[in-house]
Design a protein around this ligand. Sequence first.
Ligand code: BGC
Length: 297
Amino acid sequence: MAEGERLLSIGVDVGGTGIKAALVDVKTGELAGERIRVPTPMPAKPGPVVASAGRVVSRLIRAANAAATAAGQPAPRIQAIGVGFPSVILNGVTKTAANVDPEWVGFETEAAFSKAFKRRTWLVNDADAAGVAEMRFGAGYGKRGVVIVLTLGTGVGSGFFVDGRLVPNTELGHMEVNGKDAERRSSANARVRRGLSWKAWAEDLDDHLKAIDVLFSPNLIILGGGVSKKADRFVPFLKASGPIVAAQLRNEAGIVGAAMVGLERETEMVREERDVAERTRAEPPPTKPAEAAEAAG
Ligand code: BGC
C-alpha cells in the first residue's frame, strides 16, 4: 500500500426497514463519502432485497468515482465489502429470520450478495458488525474481559467480546425473560409498539440486562442502536449491576463494522490464496510415470 493511501472498504447494513451503505475508511472508522439509504423492499424477500442492495452499491461506487474525478483524484481503490444482516450467519448462509422474511432461512445469502455486487462479499450478523466497530472506535475501545454490545432496534442484537475477540452469533435478544422472547419487550420497537413511557420500557430492558448479568457477569454492557442517542431518557432508570454505557458510534456502527469485518476476512483470504499459489509454484506437480520414462530414454 502506498504511504498515505486510505484503506477503503464498503459497509452495507441490511435492516428490516432500510438498506444503508457507505465507503468506510477502516483505519479511522469514518465514512469516506456519502451514506446511501433506501427503504428495504416489502415484502423483504431475498431476491428483491439483494437486487436493491446491488443497486445501492453500484450507486455508491459511481458517486465515489465522480467525487474523486471532481477533486482531480484517482478513483478510490476499494479493498473489500462486508454486509451486516439481522440473522445468525454460518458459512455465508442465513440461518434464522426473527425480523425478516422466513425465506432467508437456509438461503445462500453471502453468495447472492457476491453475485449482485460482482465481487467477493463477506456476510456478518448485524449486531456482531456494530459491536466490532464499537469495540474498535467507540465505547468498547481497549476494554478487556467480557464486553457485550446490545443493539436496541427493531429487535435486540448482541455482539459478545472476550478480551476484544468476537464470539459470533450470540443472539442474546432471544433469551427467555419473564417467560417471553426478550426482544419482544426490550427492543426499541417494543417501547413504541406497546406505547410505553421511557421509564416503563427501561424496567423491561432492565429485566433483560439482569438476566444477562446472571448468565455472563459481563465487565461492561454497551447499549447501541438508534435509541442510544436518547440514553439519558432510560439509562438512569437501569438498576442492573455492572457498568452500562451508551454506544458512541450510534447509527453508523453497523456500516463501519460490516466494512471492517469485510476487510479483515478479505485480507485473510487473499493471504491464504497467495500462500497456496506460492506453494504450488514451489512444488511442481509430480511428472507422470510415462513422461518420466521417456525423459530417462
Ligand atoms: C435477530 C438478530 C439481530 C437482531 C438485531 C434479532 O431479532 O435475531 O440476528 O442481530 O435482531 O437486528
